[in-house]
Every structure is written in C-alpha cells, then in structure tokens.
Design a protein around this ligand. Structure first.
Ligand code: PFF
Length: 435
C-alpha cells in the first residue's frame, strides 16, 4: 500500500499544489482532509476489499449482487487510466532528470541550469521520448509479471529516497534566503483560503493515498484476517504524509532562495531541483551532489513506477477478467491509449499550450478532473457503500477482526464513515461549484 501511495504525488504534486494555494493554510486543510476524509475512505475501501476478497468490480458484485453499485466498479477503472496518462508524462520528466544526473549535468556552471526545465518541457520530442520510455517500462513490468523484482527493489529505494530527501531538506533550509520559504510553510495566511483551496486539499489527500480508485480495495483483498485495518490505514497515511511534508521542506525554501515563484505550477519541483543540486555542487564537491542527485532521481523513478504499475494493473485486470481479453492485448490497448493521451498532455506545455478549457491546459484539466472530482466521487461512493449498504454487523466484524481489536473506536470511525466523510465531500463539491 505504501508503494502505491508514495510516489510523484508526494514529491512532485504536493509542493506545487501547496505553492498554488498559498502555503501553510493549505497544509492545515490538507492535514484535516487526510485524517477526517481520506483515512475513513481508506478504511471503507479496506473493509470492502477484505470482505469481498476480490477487485473493486468483483467485491462489489459479491457484496451487493445485481445492484446499481456495479457502476462504482466501472468508475474506479476509468480514473486510474486517465491518471496514468498524465502521470507517465511526469514519470518521463524524472527519467530525463535521471539521465541528466548520470551525465553530471547539474554540476555545470549555473547559467546552463537556469531555465532548463522550461526549455525541455516546451520542446516537442524530448518529453515525448522520455514519456514513451516510462510507459514502456510500466507496460513491461505489468506484462512480464516482474512485479516481485520491482517490489523488492522499491523496498531498498524507498528508505534511500527518504534519506536523500532528509539530506536535501537540511541543505535547502540552510540556503541563504531560505527563511521566507520556511515561514511560507509554517505561518498560515487564512485570507487565502477559498472553496477551491479546500477542494484542492481534499483532492491532494485522495491522490496521494491512491483513494477512490479501488487500489486500496484491491490490496486489502490480499490482507490476512488478523491484520488490523485501522493500524494499516493509519500507518500508510502517516508515512505518506511524512514524505509529502519533507518534500515541501526540501523544495519550498530553495524556491524562495532562488527567487522562483511558488505558484509556478507543475514544473515547480523540476525547476527547483537543478538549482539545489547545482548549489550543492558549488558548496560541497561536485561528485557529492552528483551521487545524491543520481540516487534521488533513481528512487523517484522507482516510486513513480510502483504507483504507475498499480494504475495499469487495475485496467488490465478488468479487461482480462471481465472482457475476456488476453493479458497481452489488454496491456497493449492500455499502453496505446495512455501513451496517446499522455502525448497530448506533454504537448500542452509546448505547441498545444494555447489549448485551454476554463483557463486550464490539457494536462491541468485531466489532473483536476481526476483529483478534485473523480477520486473524491469514488471515495464518496465507497463510504456510502460501507455506511449505508453493508450491514453494520459485517462492517464491525471486518473492522474489529471479529471483535478482537479496535472495538472501542469502531463507533467513532463508523460515525465518520457514515455521516461526516460523505457530507464533508458533498459540501466541498457543492461549494466548489457555486463559488
Ligand atoms: N498515490 C500516488 C502518488 O502519490 O504518486 C498516485 C496514485 C497511484 C494515484 C495510484 C492513484 C492510483 F490509483
């Protein structure tokens, strides 16, 4: 679960969304969303998955046969496929940066680094080539069933990534001018809060914990009977949060130290990192900065791959189990689809930058559609399913491992799942539409 949750959502998306929504006040809303909305949904998905012992579609079919709830199964197949399309574009950016790190390109004189991301992203072919590489690796892993290898590799890379981020945080907060970035992250300015900010905080919490798409549900279907659902949800949420907050403290002080704009959007992290590694190369030795950057981008790539694989797997399982396609054909179909949509997203930073819907580029449109609407909608329906459709004794049984644990907190969690979380999401949806 941590493998799917920890990914580009923490390291790339969190810092730039914080920057777009004014800093510390957004982080407070994010924390509230994590524990009051996302965690209950995590638990709801886990209960359905372990009770149904199958993927979203299969579990719901088993727990509510012949009902309209089947549509929830379909929704959770569409969202990860759309996410994968643009996620793999950003995955491609990390491939490019790994190549740059390997070529020691971040330790060259400062003027070569300036504006690098802008030049790279607005070109036509380079981003498409690396996007293709990323999607082919994802497809290869899903097809070849070498998941075991990737998972073992990720067990080494996750702690390494953690270590690298800590080093970067320490370095970043010591940069001259970094104080402004730190106070941006810790001093809330509540005048900046709007309905959109609250929706964005909820969307980020859902995206980061892979909620509302059935990933948690599917993984929970493999959980043992004596594993504690609440503890595993809490553990994943805390680990995920820690990575995101650390990424914020790694990036934002450097953004201010470099005089960059915190609200610069999806390119923020990829603009800030070359600056950090470049400075590191000047103040320590170039080879130290090069090694740290190589391990850092390799780990990000692996974290991104474990998340991307979990997205593609959902579609492949559906197409092969429910539609009778061979695994090979299913992977091919999804690869062609996500690659094509991804190319459009990639071009929306260059030649297609002028194509806008309500002021948003193609990339931003798809990201907002998924994070702010489809994932919360999926989560909303999951809580309704557990809170209102499943019999309460079944829910209690599953949550408390048949009365063996967590019996005391069940009442509170059940109340949140039944009333607070769905009503909270609904209010955010409506206020986002009105304001
Ligand atoms: N949680 C992943 C991240 O933070 O990078 C993104 C993600 C994975 C979203 C899987 C949705 C999903 F189904």
């Amino acid at each position: 679960m941590a493998g799917s949750a920890i990914g580009l959502g923490n390291i790339w998306r969190f810092p730039y969304v914080v920057g777009e929504h004014g800093g510390a006040a957004f982080i407070i809303l994010y924390l509230l969303s994590c524990f009051l909305l996302a965690l209950p949904i995590f638990i709801a998905e886990s209960i359905i998955g372990r009770r149904g012992r199958s993927n979203t579609y299969g579990s719901i079919k088993k727990l509510a046969p012949g009902t309209a709830w089947q549509w929830l199964g379909l929704l959770t197949i569409v969202s990860p496929i759309i996410i994968l399309s643009y996620y793999s574009v950003v995955g491609g950016w990390s491939v490019e940066y790994l190549f740059k790190a390997l070529a020691f390109d971040f330790t060259v004189p400062e003027e070569h680094i300036e504006g690098f991301f802008g030049r790279f992203i607005s070109s036509v072919w380079e981003p498409i080539i690396v996007h293709t590489i990323f999607i082919l690796i994802t497809a290869g892993v899903v097809l070849g069933g070498v998941k075991n290898g990737i998972e073992k590799f990720s067990k080494i890379c996750m702690p390494l990534l953690f270590l690298m981020i800590i080093i970067i945080v320490v370095y970043s907060v010591l940069l001259p001018g970094a104080e402004k970035g730190i106070s941006y992250l810790v001093k809330p300015d509540f005048s900046k809060l709007t309905a959109q900010t609250a929706t964005a905080a909820m969307g980020q919490a859902f995206f980061s914990l892979s909620l509302g798409v059935g990933t948690v549900l599917t993984y929970a279907s493999y959980m043992k009977e004596d594993e504690k659902i609440f503890a595993s949800g809490m553990g994943t949420a805390v680990a995920d949060l820690l990575f995101a907050i650390l990424a914020g403290f790694a990036i934002m002080p450097a953004v201010f130290a470099a005089g960059m704009e915190p609200g610069a959007g999806p390119g923020l992290v990829f603009d800030a990192l070359p600056f950090i590694f470049n400075q590191m190369g000047h103040t320590s030795a170039p080879w130290i900065s090069a090694i740290i950057s190589i391990i850092f981008f390799l780990s990000i790539l692996v974290a991104a791959l474990t998340s991307a694989i979990s997205m593609m797997e959902v579609g492949v399982a559906y197409l092969s189990e429910e539609k009778g396609l061979s695994r090979k054909k299913a992977v091919l179909l999804l690869t062609v689809f996500t690659w094509t949509v991804g190319v459009l997203c990639s071009l929306s930073f260059g030649p297609l930058a002028g194509v806008r819907l309500a002021g948003n580029s193609i990339f931003d449109c798809l990201d907002k559609l998924c994070s702010n609407w489809l994932l919360p909608l999926g989560g909303f329906l999951f809580t309704l399913f557990v809170g209102w459709k499943m019999p309460k004794p079944d829910v209690r049984d599953e949550f408390t491992n048949r009365g063996r644990c967590n019996t005391r907190i069940f009442k509170t969690v059940y109340f949140i799942m039944r009333y607070f979380a769905p009503v909270g999401i609904l209010i955010l949806f409506i206020s986002n539409l009105i304001f």
